[in-house]
Design a protein around this ligand. Structure first.
Ligand code: H79
Length: 473
């Protein structure tokens, strides 16, 4: 009995230790809340158009697969990639000005093109194009210069140009009206999604050991300070192979890794809902980050018209903060290396708002006070908590009721310091009154200072719950 108790004690100490270590590793990320996702590679040369046809379905970074572009042809196109207007400083400063605290950059997407010099595959920006500059290197260095953390997106399984990589099967009808569609669909069906003999001239295991693992090694040894790794579409990869990848990462204990290396046995550090704010009940007690497009495609789409406005992004950021997550907002630079003007405009607006109201987002945590007129966000200081009441309901007449059994010391309208805010406590509810006419800009936000700190909430990483990886429409 005594032995078992000692064992349990040791076990619980060990587990607490690792939970604490994990919490400290996650601390900056929890504080940061807002990052820039960048999808950039030679797919931007097509901009979602092939042979004069608009790609019918999915993000424009999928054009090679959706339109079944032969490997030789895609490689030839990639060899003309020459984004002469690219400037890593401008990209990173754009993120910084938008209030973002980290950048996650596509080092290699499913097309297999490495945006860094690589000895594992010559299909890379330095060895394969007239541009010759190592874009990943420039992005990392610009991030360091301006104090943003940098993370790497790396497609560890799918690879359409390096032999042996995985090829998710998509039907020709999702691409362009090719007269050989029936034949091509039969071919991809018979060959695990591949549409070109070059794609299966060796096994996935050979691919994994020749390209995937060595490239990750290259990236890690060059940039040992990398902050996050975003793996994607875990298909074909075995637990053994994923284990080898995870082993590599062990030497870099600061790295925060997502939950897409291999499912279900490699839960990583955080969950990755896509394109939307998840339901409250789906993100209880876990670290999570929504990745989302600022337009309608991850990679540059020349015919995109669906740009999110600053107001939409701000609302999303508030909702995400209220549920305790991060927002990784994506842009897709074009073939010159420039971020579309519509995206930059929205980001500027978000940055201006965060300059004023950043305290509502940064360093906040999930708040379980749920209200019909908007969202509540919680921020803790040493001896007290704050609750920010964000009023989305435009019809609200200035009376807010909260089902919260807390004691309020002060209330203030953040949009207008001179405006008076009333508050009272009645039977487990807080009633707040403010004057909507005193709000000249954006979402009305009332800051409640509580007399105490709310009970702390522990988050864990290793749960088995996953969000599905979406095909954008
Ligand atoms: O990079 C962006 C997209 O191009 C990428 N993820 C975002 C961040 C993405 N790739 N594929 N998808 C999204 C959706 C495809 C999902 C599937 Fe599967 C691939 C369904 C079947 C194969 C992954 C592996 C999910 C199930 C098995």
């Amino acid at each position: 009995m005594k032995k078992i108790c000692v064992l349990l004690l040791c076990l619980s100490m060990f587990m607490n230790g690792s939970a604490q270590e994990n919490a400290s590793k996650m601390a900056w990320w929890q504080e940061a809340k807002f990052g820039l996702f960048v999808h950039w590679g030679p797919y931007c040369l097509y901009g979602g158009v092939y042979n004069g046809f608009q790609q019918r379905r999915g993000g424009a970074e999928w054009i090679m697969n959706r339109c079944k572009i032969p490997v030789g042809e895609y490689r030839a196109k990639a060899s003309t990639f020459n984004p002469t207007k690219f400037n890593a400083d401008s990209l990173v400063l754009m993120a910084k000005k938008a209030g973002m605290k980290y950048v996650v950059f596509t080092t290699k997407h499913h097309d297999g093109f490495a945006m860094f010099q690589s000895d594992a595959s010559k299909f890379n920006i330095v060895d394969y194009t007239p541009f010759k500059r190592d874009i990943v290197d420039e992005v990392v260095k610009a991030c360091r210069r301006y104090g943003l953390r940098v993370g790497f997106y790396y497609s560890q399984s799918q690879d359409w140009c390096n032999a042996g990589g995985a090829t998710a099967r998509k039907e020709m009808k999702e691409g362009w009206p090719n007269r050989d569609s029936l034949e091509i669909d039969a071919f991809t069906k018979a060959h695990r999604g591949a549409w070109d003999y070059n794609q299966f001239s060796c096994s996935f295991d050979e691919y994994f050991h020749r390209v995937s693992l060595p490239q990750m090694k290259e990236l890690l040894s060059r940039y040992p300070d990398v902050a996050t790794i975003f793996f994607d579409t875990p298909m074909s990869i075995t637990d053994k192979q994923a284990g080898e990848m995870q082993e590599l990462l062990k030497d870099y204990p600061q790295i925060i890794v997502n939950d897409r290396l291999k499912r279900p046995n490699f839960p990583g550090d955080y969950k990755t809902p896509e394109g939307r704010v998840p339901k409250r009940e789906d993100v209880v007690g876990v670290y999570w980050e929504t990745c989302m497009n600022i337009g309608s495609s991850w990679g540059y789409k020349s015919w995109d018209t669906q740009w999110k406005s600053s107001d939409e992004i701000i609302k999303t950021l508030i909702q995400i903060a209220s549920r305790g997550g991060n927002l990784l907002l994506n842009v897709g630079p074009d073939s010159f290396g420039l971020v579309p003007a519509e995206a930059r405009k929205s980001l500027d607006g978000v940055g201006a708002w965060l300059d004023k109201y950043g305290e509502v987002i940064y360093g906040t945590q999930r708040c379980d006070v749920v209200v019909p007129w908007g969202e509540c966000v919680r921020r803790d200081e040493k001896k007290k908590s704050y609750i920010y009441l964000c009023v989305f309901d435009k019809q609200n007449d200035g009376r807010l009721v909260l089902d919260a059994n807390v004691s309020v010391r002060r209330a203030q309208l953040l949009n207008n310091a001179l405006s008076k805010v009333g508050f009272s406590r009645q039977k487990g509810q807080i009633i707040v009154t403010f004057n909507p006419e005193d709000v000249k800009d954006g979402v009305p936000i009332i800051k409640l200072e509580l007399t105490k700190t709310l009970p702390s909430v522990k988050l864990v990483s290793n749960t088995q719950k996953y969000f599905s990886i979406l095909d954008t429409d």
